[in-house]
Design a protein around this ligand. Structure first.
Ligand SMILES: *Cc1c(COP(=O)(O)O)cnc(C)c1O
Length: 223
């Protein structure tokens, strides 16, 4: 994919977000597009930065360490969001590299992140990942445990929890999952909801997403 196509795809997604927001009586500016660049190398990503895009998501710490420090040198104002599972032995690297961690989902990780943020003097906003479909193989806290876990993160570990994030089951109609995540966030008074990917981000915007995460819809199919 060349630079022109990337920018055009990004603009098409932004236009679709704006349309879905307006139809839902929301402000288009209340929804931010995270461009999910996992598996694509720095040279593929760079034209999107040159075209003005600043918010990116990655799902692996190691892969991100290999490509983002160089890009950040050229674009210090970019925002890098971790949207994949985090192991506690990578918490230090994650805190050093990312600007937001969207996948806090168990006490051990909450504790490891708090400790690293303290040690590095770098307090990052975080999201709690919710396993809305209660799938055994998927990361995230169960919906019924979200409130307790939120209190542990905020009160025990002092984390700056800004919102909730979810990935609905691949084979399910996503709307009920989006509605559930939005309800949980509202109940906890959390302003941010990260939901919606290439196939369903318009539905997510209709149901209250403030962050959509679009990969293949911008970069094309992953190899
Ligand atoms: C890969 C990924 C996305 C983007 O998926 P696409 O279908 O390519 O848009 C969004 N969220 C998470 C957590 C991902 O891992």
């Amino acid at each position: 994919m060349d630079a022109k196509d990337l920018i055009r795809n990004r603009d098409d997604v932004l236009a679709a977000i704006a349309k879905a927001a307006e139809e839902a009586g929301r402000e288009p500016g209340d929804v931010t597009l995270t461009a999910v660049s996992k598996t694509f190398d720095a040279e593929t990503i760079r034209p999107l930065l040159e075209g003005g895009h600043r918010v990116f998501g990655e799902n692996r710490v190691q892969e991100s360490l290999e490509k983002w420090p160089g890009l950040r040198e050229s674009f210090p104002d970019l925002e890098l969001r971790l949207i994949g599972p985090l192991q506690s032995n990578k918490a230090g690297d994650a805190v050093a590299l990312f600007d937001v961690i969207e996948t806090v989902d168990r006490p051990k990780i909450a504790k490891a992140l708090a400790k690293e943020m303290e040690a590095q003097g770098r307090k990052l906003p975080v999201f709690i990942q919710v396993n809305t479909g209660e799938e055994p193989q998927k990361a995230g806290v169960a919906p019924s445990e979200t409130e307790d876990f939120f209190r542990v993160c905020r009160d025990e570990h002092g984390l700056d929890v800004r919102g909730l994030m979810a990935i609905p089951p691949a084979d399910a109609v996503p709307a009920p999952h989006f509605a559930l995540l939005k309800r949980l966030a509202d109940r906890l008074g959390l302003p941010e909801v990260s939901m919606g990917m290439s196939g369903d981000y318009e539905a997510a915007v209709s149901l209250g997403a403030t962050r959509v995460r679009v990969g293949s819809g911008i970069f094309g199919a992953r190899g």
